[in-house]
Write a protein that binds this ligand. Sequence first.
Ligand code: TYD
Ligand code: MG
Length: 455
Amino acid sequence: MAKIKKAFFCQNCGAQSPKWEGKCSSCGEWNTYVEEIIEKSSDANVSSARSSKVRSKPKAINTIEQNAEIRYRTSDHELNRVLGGGIVPGSLLLFGGEPGIGKSTLLLQMALKWSGIKVLYISGEESEQQIKMRAERIGINNDQCFLLSETSLQHILQHLEEADADLIVVDSIQTLHSSLIESSAGSISQIRECSGELMRFAKETNTPVFLIGHINKEGNIAGPKVLEHMVDVVLQFEGDRNHMYRILRSSKNRFGPTNELGIYEMQGDGLREVPNPSEILLSNRDEQLSGSAIASSLEGLRPMLIEIQSLVSSAAYGTPQRSATGFDLRRLNMLLAVLEKRCGFRLATKDVFLNLAGGIRVEDPALDLAVVSSILSSSEDIPINPKICFAAEVGLSGEIRPVSKIDQRIQEAQKLGFEQIFLSKYNLKGIKQADFNIEIFPLGKIEEVFNQLFG
Ligand code: TYD
Ligand code: MG
């Protein structure tokens, strides 16, 4: 067997050393060195580099013909949307999420629903029996879906050559183990080696490969950062485990947008796609309650109306509490400071709790105005008319700022039966009030909001 060259690398700073060290001499961290392969067989590489014929050659960009874009459209519309139309052949996709969120369920369900293509589902976490039980729960039969329970990378690669599958799912990359490396499965060097081999397989055979990845306690995908650089697509599956709703996002996509959302509902028989999120995100709204405001938000190309709930109450202890679920806490603090400075609300002695209904997390700046209004409503204990919704950003000096794609936001609000929408007066330029059946309230300053709502 050809010689394998190995070295030790610090997992913290990436420093290299020929021998293992307890403390990294470069960054001072303890116990961070792991063994990694740097060259599989140096002699073979050098000689083959010289002797073998190089088949690739540089081409002028305008001589390259573009084939019609090929994508495998999966049977899952939400997944297609997030991927930008479907799976690109030969791509390597990393799928991360917290334990128990439904990663295995989603990919197994995709494999089962997809007729006419051969899927090989490799699991290092569950036995074939256990996967079969899950498949029974999902309740779809498919004779082109193959299962393999295996953790050895070398065995898997052999199976892959023989299986001739159209799509591979690996659950999970942290359970694979290459015999070329001594460290245990899940270590940085194992993850790097295994995903490198699987990437080579994907590119050489033009077969898409899904890698399921665990995440660490900070919420990042466990393993080297290089893993995220290496793959073509990074998908994240998130949601509150106490809620049924799950959100699929992509944080990297070489072949499509990264701002699209996929929404699912976890049910007893697998994940159900949610094509119309607004209906579920607006909680039961029969009664008028203070502290609730609706924002017309947009994720990617998809408008959705989200209910924002606040509770403002006198602080029982010296330091008031601020808590936000699904919304950036720093942004909430900023909005509270703006309310205090521009509108004279004494919120410094109040506890403020903010919650986005449905357990979802949104980063749309157009939520600002609804957040401010819901805080005002709770603070005054006056409910906001349930037929009003909001779509505007709030600036530091209290100005109401315009947001993108306002016409789509207005249309969604109109579709769901809202009668008034509050937005920035600077958003009026591109739109004609006559085009809509909903009443549009343009605002310039945050003070006007209070007067309009409760004045
Ligand atoms: P799972 O896919 O095993 O999560 P992950 O692979 O991300 O760790 O999902 C497990 C959870 O989903 C578990 O709590 C049970 C629940 N579940 C359902 O509610 N309905 C179903 O049909 C299935 C298969 C799972
Ligand atoms: Mg799993």
